[in-house]
Ligand binder design. Sequence first.
Ligand code: NAD
Length: 218
Amino acid sequence: MKPISDKVIGRLARYRTLLTEQVPEGRTHLFSYEIAAAMRLADSQVRRDLMAVGTRGVPQHGYEIEALKARLDDALALDRAHGVAVVGAGDLGRALIAFLEARRTTLAIRAAFDVDPAKVNRVFSGVKCHAMADLEKVVAAEGITLAILCVPAAAAQPAADALVHAGIRGVLNFAPVALRLPVQVALEELVITTYLEKLAYFTTHPAKERRNGRHDAR
Ligand SMILES: NC(=O)c1ccc[n+]([C@@H]2O[C@H](COP(=O)([O-])OP(=O)(O)OC[C@H]3O[C@@H](n4cnc5c(N)ncnc54)[C@H](O)[C@@H]3O)[C@@H](O)[C@H]2O)c1
């Protein structure tokens, strides 16, 4: 299969969420135009994206939902477990642990880490919080490859460096700083104010709204 672009990967992940959480009851198949309408995309875009992962709908029935989900899981490497760590078990870190634990996906939170002795050795939503000093040991023992960074801005780069040193291969950064990581470590940065600022702009300048009505903040 050809390498898939960042944008397409993002849409495939959104199709998967739709198929997991928003399928009308009793349906076994969906047409591309239904997926497109729910996601405010063009029908042709959806068909192109799904073709990129080797899937075609059947004219009379569309896409079989379970088969499509399995194909998307395979394409997104979600057909296998990924160990995830949450670094910084403050308000945001604990909220994310609770959210992700409740969903029980193959993205399993295996450990939390913090420097605050009041949090170390506590269990948040079933996940044990470890001392940062134990990062390397716990990451290796638990097979953790991904990390969600929820520490204060000033602590983010040193914490990210420690994660890289411990062998983490992908970081989702919530701290409001641009991290410098080796190229082989995948990085996603998510700052909610960026999305709000874009919304503020597009609601003030509605004529500049994108044709598909979505404002991708990335
Ligand atoms: N991206 C977003 O949309 C978004 C939204 C909310 C908060 N944030 C950011 O997320 C971060 C966390 O926010 P919060 O409200 O949970 O803060 P918080 O103060 O409640 O939690 C921060 C936690 O990090 C721990 N910590 C500090 N230094 C550390 C280090 N070196 N290693 C490990 N843990 C360390 C603290 O002990 C604390 O438990 C902040 O940077 C904040 O700006 C981002």
